[in-house]
Design a protein around this ligand. Structure first.
Ligand SMILES: [Zn+2]
Length: 317
């Protein structure tokens, strides 16, 4: 790829973190059997994925789709070099993640007060306080489970509407002060555009530096990949994605899934950015996931059109 001032600031390598088994499955009604999830993880691993969020430690009555997270995590931990992560909404979930020696737990923190109450029945500052207690519990146990806080609804919220950037920056500072290892910014409901992404990531980078590790964009209004590119220009080199673009958010009506893993991978490869992923294997996995989720909405475009001729020739040169 020819370098230009526009592209030379981009990271050379990007990690595509798979969210399909958690963010995806949590908002589809179909319960995927555990055996299929294990097949899914093995296929994703064989396609080169090395960071996979395998589920969520929430009460099974709330999310029966993710009731087998413990078993799924245990399997993922047998694959060498795979960073298997889990979402935990509270101390109880964090204890389960630490009991299981998860490599990383992702704690959601809504920048929207209204979303926070709807999702966790706690105000954002109460969640910050609990995150501090989780950090203290980790220290007391002497375990290694890393803590990442995902700031959700960072660009706006379907319930509350506007979310002030100042509030996002304040919460990032608060959780860093509480001792978390990393933060990420999530456009949970697809309100962001690339200019908003540039502005907010720039502000949060000033506070968090290299502890701002990931962008999480939903493609609700078709701007997911543009938003990824805007964050890449600021050096962000890890993005969440769901195979087949599945999912949404149960407390954000109308939200469609994350950017699709295969479309994101296509964009990155086309720009000459390394991912370590094998495109054909991702498409094969996509087809199986669509089968497991028969009747559920799926997204993405590259599977319909296929790779451009120019890229296929380059692949087989
Ligand atoms: Zn999400």
């Amino acid at each position: 790829m020819q370098a230009s001032s526009f592209t030379e600031s981009l990271p050379r390598r990007v990690v595509v973190r798979e969210m399909g088994l958690r963010d995806g499955l949590q908002s589809v009604a179909t319960v995927v059997p555990t055996a299929a999830k294990l097949e899914w993880i093995r296929a994703a691993y064989e396609a080169g994925q090395r960071e996979i969020e395998v589920g969520s430690f929430v009460p099974p009555r709330l999310l029966p789709q993710l009731a087998d997270t413990g078993e799924v995590l245990a399997f993922a931990q047998t694959l060498p070099g795979l960073r298997a992560t889990v979402l935990v909404p509270n101390m109880k979930g964090a204890e389960r993640a630490m009991d299981a020696h998860a490599e990383m737990m992702l704690l959601p923190l809504s920048a929207s007060h209204a979303h926070s109450l709807a999702n966790l029945r706690k105000a954002p500052d109460e969640v910050v306080a609990e995150i501090g207690r989780i950090r203290a519990e980790r220290d007391a146990r002497g375990v290694r489970t890393a803590i990442e806080v995902g700031i959700s609804t960072a660009f706006g919220c379907t319930i509350q509407g506007r979310v002030e950037p100042e509030e996002v920056v304040r919460l990032v500072q608060a959780v860093l002060d509480a001792g978390v290892d990393a933060v990420s910014l999530a456009d949970t409901v697809g309100y962001a555009d690339p200019a908003m992404v540039s502005r907010l990531f720039e502000r949060v980078l000033r506070v968090a530096g290299d502890r701002l590790v990931c962008g999480h964009f939903h493609d609700t209004r078709g701007l997911g990949l543009a938003n990824v590119f805007a964050a890449m220009q600021l050096g962000i080199a890890r993005f969440d994605a769901c195979i087949a673009g599945i999912g949404g958010c149960p407390h954000a009506p109308g939200a469609s899934g994350n950017v699709s893993t295969e479309d994101l991978t296509y964009m990155l490869h086309s720009m000459g950015v390394e991912t370590g992923l094998e495109f054909d294997r991702l498409l094969a996995l996509r087809a199986r996931v669509v089968q497991w989720l028969q009747g559920e909405p799926t997204h993405g475009t590259i599977w319909k059109a296929g790779l451009p001729k120019t890229m296929k020739e380059a692949l087989h040169a």
